[in-house]
Design a protein around this ligand. Sequence first.
Ligand SMILES: *Cc1c(COP(=O)(O)O)cnc(C)c1O
Length: 243
Amino acid sequence: MDNNIIANLADVRRRISLACKSSGRNPTEVRLLLATKTVAAEQIRLALQQGEMLIGENKVQELRYKFDELSDIVHEKHFIGHLQSNKIKDVIRYGVTCIESLDNIELAGKVNQYMEKLGKTMDVLIQVNTSGEDSKFGIAPADALELVREVSNLKHLRVRGLMTIGLFSSEMKLVRRCFTLLRSIQQEIRSKAIAGVDMKELSMGMSGDLETAIAEGATIVRVGTAIFGRRIHPDSYYWNENP
Ligand SMILES: *Cc1c(COP(=O)(O)O)cnc(C)c1O
């Protein structure tokens, strides 16, 4: 599958640029995040060598071993998986610059504590469960504003926007509703002008639905399969508590 990475990447870039064109958006507004769970460092390297800059990992174990293997190539790392509080230290140590999957105040408080000790700040996105599927993490849409307010009081975290995983469905109309909802939550939060909160980022859209997400205002699309090929486990495996 690695032979295809370069061609696949070109294809994904083409999809992004077409989607931007048809929704009248500037392609520079949309960043591609390589979703690299289970992908070997050498394959990630190939994509980075094509000029990509941003990767997203779901598991601390993978962050750890790729940290050394990719230490010689410039890139940025986001955390996009379920974060257990005993792993926070590692996420920081292995160079994550943004936790996209923050969905509760307890975790936020603990990350804040670590960052305070280091005298640094961490960017975070609030993950919202827009599909209502209970297999997914994320705060309920109705509670997102309150969580943003609480997190805004933590001096060592900086809220940069929202993240969601769209409904798993081939019916794009239903998937689109998730993205529309995330955008409307973004606008509602923006209208409150909460001090220290910046609602710039909307991280939404994956291999199967990135065009729809871009049409709804995505600023980060997270793409794995369309670039690196299929993974051996279904996504629920990576999104739940499995090691
Ligand atoms: C795996 C993953 C993606 C990418 O999914 P693909 O369908 O492989 O593009 C995006 N976001 C999250 C949170 C993921 O875990």
